[in-house]
Design a binder for this molecule. Structure first.
Ligand SMILES: C[C@H]1O[C@H](OP(=O)(O)OP(=O)(O)OC[C@H]2O[C@@H](n3cnc4c(=O)[nH]c(N)nc43)[C@H](O)[C@@H]2O)[C@@H](O)[C@@H](O)C1=O
Length: 409
């Protein structure tokens, strides 16, 4: 795809992902417009400065909740392609501010589509959906029955268990106000294709990380603290739920996926974007410590007796029929059901360089949580999608970022 001279509009161009995408498109010769909330400009300027694009991006001030500003942005940019990335994207915040989340993510997306429809724009739109839309994906019969026993509902019912790796055709069972808002945007994008013939494609990206990832997200929470430990600015790692498994990619792979969907994605369709790997939050910490120079021998709970020797030893056995690198502790969590609870208080990591304390902070546990997610990315692979970065590359990029004092928080 030749981006040279193309007009591109990116909502949220000053965000973590938006700024990577804007840089890539500017480098390829596109005319890139960023639709940006004035109040976010100062707070998120660093993303643009770090990438050297602050003066190259054409800023259009506006707000997704104000349809007039969207209409003006379409007039000013006349986009060939639009990437709709702006959102309230923090799952935890959506439990505390559900209405704000729905307002920005649902009404904002509806406004965007309506502005494009009323103005009869001939723009191909790529929507940033999310793996969170799948929500409760069933990994075992045991999980299914224990959810029912706890009084939860599972709707739609699974046709087969396990549902991992998760395909685009899997039922959507969102578990947070954020996830519900993304289902809304996803289905509305598809609907505007089917109802009005608009050129819309949905990306359902799984977690994607890298240098500059917002400090509230767990991978930055972890790598920031590891670098603070290394530079003796703290004496422990504070964390919430360690048991969650996420499919982590590097943001650059997801950016390439967005460009591919713009070039080759079929209108009205949704595509997973993920790495086909899944690793626990605990492993992200342990692999981060290992990479930052700690030689880990074993881990043990602060309260209780859960011990694992050689927890970061790499295991390559297939799980859910997929082969990827996982740690020994992940394998034990997946196969033997090892789980850490608030009662455990935390984990002591025994290393050649002494003990590192990981302490649980009960305030960081969520009212509802997606326990595990793993993508099936074959659909995007068929049009050329590739994952180039390993999990180790992703962690290294974030550690290098926080190694710089000015980036640590
Ligand atoms: C695909 C999807 O990806 C992201 O959503 P997320 O998976 O919720 O990402 P996160 O980094 O906030 O949490 C990951 C896991 O980590 C656990 N966790 C433990 N301790 C802390 C902690 O201290 N902070 C945070 N944030 N999480 C913690 C937390 O409970 C959760 O299980 C967004 O980009 C979203 O926009 C999106 O679409």
């Amino acid at each position: 795809m030749n981006w040279n001279g193309k007009n591109i509009l990116i909502t949220g161009a000053n965000g973590f992902v938006g700024s990577y995408l804007a840089k890539e498109l500017l480098d390829a010769g596109a005319e890139v417009y960023g639709f940006i909330r004035p109040e976010d400009m100062a707070a998120m300027e660093k993303n643009l400065i770090d990438k050297g694009i602050k003066d190259k991006l054409i800023m259009l001030e506006g707000d997704l909740t104000d349809i007039t500003s969207l209409a003006s942005a379409f007039d000013a940019s006349q986009p060939d392609y639009l990437f709709h990335l702006a959102a309230q994207s923090f799952v935890e915040l959506s439990f505390r501010r559900p209405l704000e989340t729905q307002h920005i993510n649902c009404i904002g997306t509806a406004n965007l589509l309506e502005a494009a429809r009323v103005k009869d724009m001939d723009t191909k739109m790529i929507f940033a959906g999310s793996s969170e839309e799948y929500g409760m994906v069933l990994s075992s019969e045991e999980q299914y029955h224990s959810a029912l026993k706890d009084g939860k509902t599972i709707f739609p019912e699974p046709t087969a268990i396990p549902e991992l790796p998760v395909k685009e055709s899997n039922p959507l069972r969102p578990m947070s106000p954020y996830a519900v808002s993304k289902v809304y945007g996803d289905l509305l994008m598809q609907n505007y294709h089917h109802s009005f013939g608009m050129d819309t494609v949905v990306s359902r990206a799984f977690n994607h990380e890298g240098a500059g990832r917002g400090i509230m997200f767990v991978t930055s929470v972890i790598t920031n603290q590891i670098m603070k430990l290394k530079h003796q600015e703290t004496d422990r790692i504070l964390i919430g739920n360690l048991n969650a498994f996420r499919d982590w990619s590097h943001v650059n792979d997801i950016i390439q996926g967005y460009l591919l969907l713009a070039a080759k994605g079929k209108s009205g369709e949704a595509y997973n974007q993920g790495s086909m790997r899944t690793n626990s939050v605990l492993s992200y910490i342990l692999l981060g410590l290992d990479k930052a120079g700690w030689n880990i021998n074993s881990i043990e709970t602060i309260n209780g007796d859960k011990n694992v020797d050689n927890p970061v030893e790499i295991n390559k056995d297939p799980i859910f029929g997929v082969k990827f690198d996982k740690t020994r502790v992940d394998q034990i969590m997946l196969e033997e059901g090892l789980e850490y609870t608030i009662q455990d208080k935390g984990i002591n990591v025994n290393t050649d360089q002494g003990k590192v304390v990981i302490e649980f902070n009960p305030d960081r546990f969520r009212p509802a949580e997606v326990p595990m997610i793993l993508s099936d990315n074959q659909k995007i692979q068929k049009i050329g999608g590739k994952i180039q970065y390993s999990l180790s590359d992703v962690i290294e990029d974030q550690l290098n970022y926080f190694d710089l004092k000015e980036n640590r928080v």
